[in-house]
Design a protein around this ligand. Sequence first.
Ligand code: SF4
Length: 263
Amino acid sequence: MTARKPSGQPTLFGRGLTAKRVKSPSTFSQALSSRRAPRPASETTGVEKKRLWLSATAIENMKRCPRCFWLEKHEGIRQPEGIVSRLANRFDVVIKRYFDLYRPNGELPPMIVGKVEGKLQHPFQEKYWYNVNERYGYYGKLDECLVTSAGAYTPVDHKTASSDPNLRELIPAYQFQLDSYAFLLEQNGRPTTGIGHLIYFFPGHGDKLHEGFPMEVSVKTLKTNHASVMPQIAKAIAILEGPPPKPNPECSFCQYVETIKKF
Ligand code: SF4
């Protein structure tokens, strides 16, 4: 027989406190076991109430696991985030501020002179939207954009890396990200150059770190294929309009949920 803990005795949740029951459907495991009919996607939250807005990140999530994508868009349930470094966010702010110093004069920041063609877009438009239909849209937020003398647009994304990106394989999601930006530019009446840049920032070695930490800059230029985006959007919509897809058998999260159900 298990002895009951007297009230006021320390528990897992602190002295005299008890765990509060969490209402459905907010827990991950409850949602995973849910088999009810999907709500129309247009009722779910988005940037606009009546339209569900998809993005390159959402499409990448869909590629990883349609079920997690479905759960996030229909039920607002995401995988637990864990501990995430915000260092890259801070880098983005610092880099954007630096680029903005050069924008009004039509100059390129010295660190990318000779590595790219065109001028920084001025004024810079960060966000672009595309209405797919009455229920769905696609949006993206550019880090930077260059405009050539012929009036063609080149999307740019800043990346913070741990080491020289030329020594590693390109992450496929970065290609799709640039394709998405090119797609959005085209759909918004801005013809693109057919290329996009990833500007990498990574720490270099230095003997005098006390005088400033050296950052290396490397520009990677990719061909963009904006025609590749619409089929992915169509695939995402088809998933959202259907029932919850099956879990990805290789994912450890769903395996974990299934395992602990036995206890
Ligand atoms: S398999 Fe993984 S990614 Fe897919 S629904 Fe389960 S937890 Fe999410």
